[in-house]
Design a protein around this ligand. Structure first.
Ligand code: FES
Ligand SMILES: [Fe+2]
Length: 388
């Protein structure tokens, strides 16, 4: 269908109504390529998008290609250990520089061998003025380094923002950082990761994650150790989700190290917000997990799960079995979600789907996420400045 501003404003009005009369995003918003393209420009090109974890690039010289809003980018850990992000484009004729993760001393273009330092400085332009003449009087190398993209980290996750005018990541996450001030995220240590491919629109994965209404039917075992009767909702400008006052998963291999100095009511608490637009986080006293969602067209979403544990002590091999159990537990819950979200996708592809009705008790969170999407899509949008 042709997507118009009027359609989008009407969607926004419907989803912004009080929860008991609101209608969710209509089915076409979960499979229309025009909507997908708009989301890429109006959401993913303008917000802090999570692209991985620091542990994907642990050493100086590690590089990793990523893509945000259709722009090829790459991450690199520079000589001083600082993470940087650049447009993955050679300053000469625009060849893609990094096509797979690896380790480099410098970044050399495979086409004509223009070579960049890990901080993006253009170092060499071989034979540019003829055999053996490597410098050009008309080319000031200092003006032709790689184009940087804003890059910042939080809780070991790496975020990039194509919009040079957006507020900083710290500013955007301040309300959540304040909520979780008792947890010292500098203690997080990488545990494990796993990739999933969800045959559904990215928004469905999120609206499902942030409501607990489905637990008794889709996750009977989770509902056993973290029942919906113990749940509460969490709302912020850029995050929304649920919490559980008491999460008591089976621990056949004993306890794991926990964050120090937590208030006692945090020992068994779990909180599960989605950070707009593409991360699902789960925080507990003894571990934090994150699902990084990468939309791959309107019908498919790549998901990468990262699990982090607490403190150097958690790296001791005696905790390996307990960590593996925790990873499997939450990965299996995701597999249960993937099954039901795939069904949601197939239903939503029908033109007969006018938009969800919401449970006032449990789905104000899903409504709030859908509203975040609709607000950004319905807003008039200026083109980004060149270089973004
Ligand atoms: S395009 Fe990269 S060196 Fe020519
Ligand atoms: Fe679920």
């Amino acid at each position: 269908m042709t997507v118009t501003q009027e359609n989008l404003r009407s969607v926004l009005r419907n989803v912004s109504a009080p929860v008991d009369t609101a209608r969710g995003l209509p089915g076409w918003m979960f499979h229309d390529p025009e909507v997908y393209a708009l989301e890429q420009e109006r959401i993913f090109a303008r917000t802090w998008v999570c692209v991985g974890a620091e542990d994907d690039l642990p050493r100086v010289g590690d590089v990793m290609p990523v893509e945000v809003a259709g722009r090829p980018l790459f991450l690199v850990r520079d000589e001083s250990g600082y993470l940087r992000c650049f447009h993955n484009i050679c300053s000469h004729r625009g060849a893609l520089l990094v096509t797979e993760a690896g380790r480099r001393k410098v970044v050399a273009c495979p086409y004509h061998s223009w070579t960049y330092a890990l901080d993006g400085t253009l170092l060499k332009t071989p034979h540019i003025c003829g055999q053996g003449i490597h410098d050009s009087p008309s080319l000031d190398k200092s003006l032709h380094g790689l184009k940087p993209v804003r890059c910042a980290t939080w809780a070991r996750l790496i975020f990039v923002n194509l919009d040079p005018l957006a507020p900083s990541l710290d500013e955007e996450l301040a309300p959540l950082a304040e909520r979780w001030a008792a947890y010292d995220f500098s203690l997080l240590r990488f545990g494990s990761s796993e990739d999933f491919l969800l045959p559904a629109n990215w928004k469905l994965a999120i609206e499902n994650y942030v409501e607990r209404y489905h637990l008794p039917w889709v996750h009977p075992s989770l509902n056993g150790f973290s029942g919906i009767d113990r749940s509460y909702e969490i709302f912020g400008r850029l995050f929304v989700g649920v919490g559980s006052r008491k999460v008591t998963p089976p621990r056949p291999h004993g306890p794991l190290p926990i964050f120090p100095n937590l208030p006692s009511d945090a020992f068994e608490r779990g909180e599960y917000p989605s950070l707009f637009p593409n991360v699902l986080v789960g925080l507990h006293a003894d571990f934090l997990f994150a699902y990084v969602l990468t939309p791959d067209g309107p019908h498919r979403t790549k998901e990468r799960l990262y699990v982090f544990f607490v403190g150097e002590e958690s790296q001791d091999p005696r905790y390996a079995a307990a960590k593996a159990v925790m990873h499997k537990l939450f990965a299996d819950i995701n597999r249960e979600d993937m099954g039901i979200v795939s069904r949601l996708q197939r239903g939503c592809a029908s033109p007969a789907m006018p938009g969800a009705v919401f449970s006032p008790a449990f789905e104000k969170t899903s409504q709030a996420f859908q509203r975040m999407v609709a607000e950004r899509l319905a807003a008039p949008s200026e083109p980004l400045s060149v270089g973004a």
